[in-house]
Structures are given as C-alpha cells and as structure tokens.
Ligand binder design. Structure first.
Ligand code: ADP
Ligand code: ZN
Length: 615
C-alpha cells in the first residue's frame, strides 16, 4: 500500500460517494492539506460544509493504509444520526459512547482493531478512558478530527471540561494530523482553541461567515407571544423552527401557548428529565413541521438542514451567541428567517444578570462589552448583516436581505429629545426606572408623581408629544450609546453617565432611529426576496405534485429505516428531482445529493415515481 494519499482522488470521492459535483469554498484546500498530514483549524459557519473536511481526508488516508479517522464529538445524541447518514452513502462508520451496551461496544472495538472502519466517532469523556486509549494504541489512527472545538473555551456557554484534556492527542500521537472545527468565530475563542489544543502550527482556514440565505429581523417587543404567533402563522405555518427563551419557565409557558394556538411545539431545557428531553429532540429531528421551544441548552450540533426559522423571545447575551443560534436556520441553503423581539426590559434584565452574577470583575467587564455589542446590533439603523460581519472582522456591503435594508428605518436628529430625557432623569434624582421617568416626561399625573412632587418639576410634561413606545425606544438607544446607565443596586434606576454631559451641554448631536411598530415588514418585499434567492423554486403544478409525492415516499422510507427524513435526501435534492424529472437512473445521478449508494438503493423507486406523474 502506498503511504501518500492522492489528492486528486478527493474530487472523485466527493462525486461518487457524496453525490456533489464540486467542493465549496475552502473545502478543497482543507481536504488537500489534511490528507497530506497537515494540522488544521477550520472556522466555517454552520451549514458551510465542515463534515466533508474531515470525512474525505479520513477516507483517503485510510485507503492509503494510514489508519482510521477518529472524530471527537460532544453530542452523544447526535452521533447516531451522523453515523446513519454515512451508512446511507456507504461509508463504514461507527460510534463509541455511553448509549451502547457493552456487547455493542465490544463489537465496535473489534471492527476498529480489525481495520473494518473508516470513521469512528467518540465522545470526549469516553476517549479519555484507559480502555479507549488502549484501543487507539492497538490500532492505526490516520486522523483526529475535533468537532465543535469551541467547547474548549471557558468563556463560552458550551464549555466542556473534557475538551481541555484533548491536548493528550498531540502528546501521544504527534505524527497523526489533527483538524479542529468550529462555527464560533470570535478572536478570543480562536486563540483559546489554538492554545489549549496545541494547534500553534496548524494552518488556519477562515471562511466567510456570511449566511446569505438567512434574513435577519429584530422587532420591538410589544406583545411578544402574539407577535411570535403572527410571525409563525403568516410566514412559517407547518414549518420547522426553533424558539429561544431565556428561562426554563418561559420555555414551558411558550410551548403550552403555541400548542393552544394550534402550532405544534415541544419544550427543551436542562431542567427536564433526560428522557423527555431526548425524546423531544428525536421528534424534532425526525418529524416534519415541529417547533422546538428551548433554552440555549438546545442546538449545538443539531444538523437538521431544514430549520426554516430561529426566533428569539429574549435578548441573547452576545453576538456570538446570537449568531450561533440563528445559524441553525437554513443549513440547506434555502431562504430562512432569524427573527427576534426585543424591548427595554430585556436590556435591564441582561444588565442585572451581569451585575448580580458571582463572577469576577474581569468576567463582568467582558460580559458587559459583549452585551453592548449586541445592543448596538439591535439599535442600528444600518444593515444588520454588515454589523454582524464587522463584528467577526469581515467587511461587506449592505445585504438587501435584512429588515433595515428592506425597510430602512427613519433616523432623526434626537439631540433635543435626548436632552429632555437626560434632564428628566437628573431632576428626578437618578433614582427611578424607565416607567416613571417616561410618565414624568409625558406629564402623566399619578400617585407616584404626586407623592414625589414630580408634577411640579420643570421637566414634567415636556415630552408629551411622544408616545410611551417612542420614549422606550429612545431610552434603549441611549443605553446602547452609553448615555444612560442602569443602576441595579437601585432596582434598575436610570442614571447619567460621563458621556451624558456633552449632550446636556449641547456639545454633541445625537442621531436616533425612529421607533417602528412591530410586524410592519411588508409581505410583498419578502416574497420578492424569496423568489430571487431561492434557486429551486418555480416548480410548475405537476412539479409541485411530484415534489409532494417524493416527500411522502421519503417519509415512508425514513420511517421504515428508522431514520430522520433528511438522511435519505434533503429537500433541495427532492426539489431538483421534481424539476428535472429524470427518465432514467443515469440521469438521476446528475442531481446534486445523489451518490452511488443512494442511487443503487433508491434510484428505481424514484424514477418510477417520476414516470407515474404526468408532466
Ligand atoms: P456544518 O457542519 O459546517 O454545519 P455540514 O457539514 O453539515 O455543515 O454541511 C451542511 C450541508 O451542506 C450538508 O447538507 C452537506 O451535505 C452539504 N454540503 C457540504 N459540502 C457540500 C458540497 N461541496 N456541495 C454540496 N453540498 C454540500
Ligand atoms: Zn442588510
């Protein structure tokens, strides 16, 4: 056997095994580099195609007699589906984790030792056991892939202590190439991965983090539940999506609410018992059209390709978190929505959580600046995507596919408004929350204003020409601009800051964005954007019927094999089949997503379905 894999064979494997005509983005370079034995750190957004970056090198290296590819993956519940998907395309893969009985594990170990596998998925805690390290000792390992590598970061919410021990791989097997992969892009996490996994010599591959098929929208919170219901009903009825909430209680309540409105929803959070949680996750992956209502405990590694929307009912803590969560939409490249409602209360709550946490000062400062960046994104009057990408160090042009591009918000010179607001905060003693400050500005005479004699202040009623909603929006923007601070020791009182002075003295002008009523995005422009974005839309009536029949066939096939439907074929592949209506098995092979093994397994059935549907 030769010991140098032939990189030209990579393309052949991509086509024959996986059924794709060409590599995407940096895939080809990464595959070449790793196949030849180089270490790599791969930063690619969700849906970018990271899996092939280690799967193809593993195949090439194993075929060259260099040994099996070992994949470290933190999510036991998902390994099964990953292995099933490889099995469907004819790649010899297995996993070792605590879900296996000991007899099953022994059988897998035997396959590893006898060289009967190309890829072995292992949970990190399993890898560190004596038994497993011995297994690797006894076998030939050709490649280590460390998936979800950001789990080594102690700052992130996905931190896994076992990941830190993965440096052992380099120490024990210095000659085996390692590829670490993540969709988390910020500099700090990147540096931490390199240091902790000892990847100082690895080549770093950074892809564009843009997800052009995702439309970003952030709306002002009025009645969050009703807004959510309206959003799902009008734009994603019967489609699959994820709704993120901050607290477990809110997850439960929101799921109950959606179900009561006829939208099928399941809850998921760390407070549920493990079995119920896993059951809900499995249903979400396997069934069509379910909404998962979850805390951020849910989602890492979920490779369901057809999640059509991700909604946030609460403000995420950081742009990293927001981008990771929204990134779970539209992995198949079809149009998808990232939608969020957000209000003043969210800002107050997040600030309080930071102030009241037990963490040290450095951590608080860091959390605080991450939150500031998130607020900046919410309050910007410019393209959201440009903001997001700038945050990840990428320059771009306005995208035409976010709310601010599609319906540019009006901006106005708000200097006088802000002066009124700041002086009202000052005159009331910097001791009151937003609600009371707004009441005084608008001249609302109630018990509280009479009790404190605020109805006698010069600022009483100077803002009567603006609505409660407008003032809330201005307060949020002032917080985002650091013109107002929130004092949590005084129960969320608004306070002036060092920056307020210049505005009060008339030395600085402030531009603000006009508050827009929620759900005002016109449907027409949305439909337009969709048509131009969506490469496979435009099936005629017969094509649509065929597509439906193909989907039904897929559902039955998936059920009888006990697999998620998307493991059989993706929506995009079925749509393409419905469009091309292949008359023979050979023509079917040209459809992206159809490889040799699937052709053999399903080709006849599909051609028969196409024949049966008259054009
Ligand atoms: P990631 O792990 O980066 O989120 P995946 O590896 O799951 O992404 O890939 C996302 C989707 O893109 C998958 O459905 C995969 O089959 C598909 N894909 C990956 N590479 C290609 C390619 N070169 N051509 C066509 N589709 C691809
Ligand atoms: Zn935009």
């Amino acid at each position: 056997m030769s010991n140098t894999p032939d990189p030209a064979r990579a393309l052949e494997i991509l086509r024959r095994v996986f059924g794709y005509p060409a590599f995407r983005n940096a895939q080809q370079d990464i595959v070449g580099h790793v196949s030849e034995g180089g270490d790599a750190l791969v930063l690619m957004p969700t849906g970018g195609g990271k899996s092939l970056c280690y799967q193809i090198p593993a195949l090439l290296r194993n075929q060259a007699g260099l040994g099996i590819g070992v994949v470290i993956s933190p999510l036991i519940a998902l390994m099964q589906d990953q292995v099933a998907a490889l099995d469907e395309v004819g790649v010899r893969a297995a996993y070792l984790n605590s879900s296996l009985s000991s007899a099953e594990a022994v059988a897998v170990e035997r396959r590893v030792r006898s060289g009967d596998l190309d890829l072995l998925y292992i949970a990190p805690e399993r890898l560190m056991t004596e038994r497993c390290l011995q297994l690797l000792e006894d076998s030939r390992v050709g490649l280590f892939a460390i998936d979800e590598a950001h789990c080594v970061s102690q700052w992130g919410h996905d931190f896994r202590p076992e990941y830190i021990q993965l440096s052992i791989l380099h120490e024990r097997y210095p000659q085996v190439p390692r590829i670490a992969l993540t969709a988390t892009a910020d500099m700090q996490t990147r540096a931490e991965i390199i240091e902790r996994l000892q990847l100082q010599h690895a080549r770093v591959f950074i892809s564009s983090f843009d997800r052009p098929n995702i439309r970003y929208r952030i709306v002002e919170k009025q009645n969050a539940r009703a807004q959510l219901e309206h959003f799902i009903e009008t734009e994603h009825s019967q489609e699959c999506g994820i709704v993120y909430c901050l607290s477990r209680k809110k997850v439960d309540e929101t799921a109950v609410f959606l179900n009561s409105r006829g939208i099928q929803a399941l809850p998921y959070h760390a407070g549920m018992d493990q079995k119920a949680r896993q059951q809900n996750q499995a249903r979400f992956l396997r069934e069509d059209g379910l909404v998962m209502v979850a805390t951020i405990a849910f989602g890492m590694g979920i490779d369901k390709p057809d999640v059509r929307f991700v909604a946030h009912l609460d403000l995420p803590k950081s742009i990293e978190g927001y981008y990771q969560e929204t990134g779970r939409a539209g992995r198949d490249g079809l149009p998808s929505d990232a939608w969020m409602t957000y209000g003043l209360q969210d800002v107050v709550q997040q600030r309080r959580m930071i102030d009241e946490s037990e963490a040290d000062e450095q951590f608080k400062r860091m959390s605080s600046s991450r939150l500031d960046a998130m607020l900046g994104l919410c309050e910007t009057a410019e393209c959201r995507r440009v903001r997001l990408l700038t945050y990840f160090g990428e320059a771009s042009e306005p995208c035409g596919n976010c709310d601010t591009c599609l319906t540019p918000p009006h901006t106005f010179d708000g200097t006088v408004e802000v002066q009124k607001l700041l002086s009202c905060i000052y005159r009331t003693g910097q001791r009151f929350g937003a609600m009371h400050v707004i009441d005084v500005l608008r001249g609302i005479s109630n018990e509280k204003s009479r009790q404190w004699r605020h109805d006698e202040l010069s600022t009483f009623g100077i803002g009567a020409d603006r609505s409660d909603q407008e003032w809330r929006s201005m307060i949020r923007q002032c917080i985002a601009l650091s013109l107002i601070a929130i004092d949590h020791e005084a129960f969320g009182a608004l306070k002036l800051t060092a920056e307020s002075r210049a505005v009060l003295k008339g030395e600085q002008n402030i531009h603000l964005r006009q508050s827009i009523k929620a759900a005002k995005l016109p449907k027409a422009s949305r439909a337009q954007g969709r048509a131009s974005l969506n490469p496979v839309e435009g099936l005629d009536a017969a094509g649509t019927r065929l597509y439906e029949r193909l989907r039904n066939w897929r559902l039955e096939t998936a059920r009888s094999h006990n697999l998620p439907a998307y493991v059989i074929f993706h929506d995009g592949t079925l749509r393409e089949i419905a469009k091309r209506r292949p008359g023979s098995v050979d023509e079917l092979l040209d459809v992206p997503g159809v490889g040799a093994k699937k052709l053999e397994a399903y080709g006849q059935a599909i051609v028969a379905l196409c024949d049966a549907e008259p054009a």
